[in-house]
Design a protein around this ligand. Structure first.
Ligand SMILES: N[C@@H](CCC(=O)N[C@@H](CS)C(=O)NCC(=O)O)C(=O)O
Length: 234
């Protein structure tokens, strides 16, 4: 479908993990694109609401067509540029099954695990004791739901040597997870327990967050400082 001639513009904010998904996909596609940074600290302009009536980032303009919702944007880009190999075509012999496996993995991370991390980080200002239960629930969810889906043939999903939609969709959240452990926003036990009880996940996640396409718009100091300000003791 796609040729390098497509006109692509991303409405984004580099601090947003959802918009970050689109950046990871675009970095892997290695296609030129324009970007407009949307200031999320003020009401959206009328111009932006015309592009995306929901007012959120990301929004992708592709040859004048607007696509929103980060998961849909990422999947669209993977489909529009099949040669980049982010996802097999659904017409490939194994395509439907591989796509279903990736979709299930991403769904499991976001429906079973992420809420526990968010709860633990939100309890940062209440001290380590308040973080213990949600932190342990997160590790338990990873052990039960994610670890069995990852072989030890990392680095990337399904033993792939290059990023797939699984890493595109989770990478920005994994960056935050490991940065928050490193900077004390999450208990150190989360890192220790992941390494001990979910070694495949830990290996896969560490490979993912080291990938240059995943770190493309990542500003660790800024994200950590913002989280400490937002969730620290008031
Ligand atoms: N489900 C959306 C979530 C996007 C989202 O929540 N973006 C936030 C920034 S991280 C946003 O635009 N917030 C602006 C607002 O709520 O006014 C997606 O995946 O694209």
């Amino acid at each position: 479908m796609a040729t390098p001639a497509h006109k692509i513009k991303l409405y984004t904010n580099h601090g947003c993990p959802w918009a970050h998904r689109a950046h990871i996909a675009l970095a892997e596609l290695n296609v030129p694109f324009g970007e407009e940074i949307i200031d999320l600290s003020v009401p959206r302009t009328r111009e932006y609401l015309r592009v995306n009536p929901r007012g959120l980032v990301p929004a992708l303009e592709f040859d004048g067509q607007v696509i929103t919702e980060s998961g849909i944007v990422a999947a669209f880009l993977a489909d529009a540029y099949p040669a980049a190999g982010l996802a097999p075509a659904s017409t490939d012999p194994d395509g439907p099954l591989l796509r279903a496996r990736v979709a299930f993995f991403v769904d499991a991370y976001f429906t079973k695990a992420v809420a526990h991390v968010q709860k633990a980080v939100a309890a940062y200002g209440d001290g380590p004791a308040a973080q213990q239960e949600p932190a342990a629930d997160f590790v338990a969810a990873v052990v039960k739901e994610l670890e069995p889906l990852l072989g030890d043939a990392a680095p990337f999903f399904g033993g792939s040597t290059k990023l797939t939609l699984a890493e595109v969709q989770t990478g920005s959240f994994l960056l935050r997870l490991y940065a928050f452990i490193k900077h004390g926003l999450l208990p150190a036990s989360v890192g220790e327990d992941l390494a001990a009880k979910a070694p495949n996940f830990d290996k896969w996640a560490r490979a993912t967050i080291a990938h240059p396409s995943v770190t493309c718009v990542w500003d660790e100091d800024r994200v950590v400082a913002h989280a400490k300000y937002r969730f620290g003791k008031k």
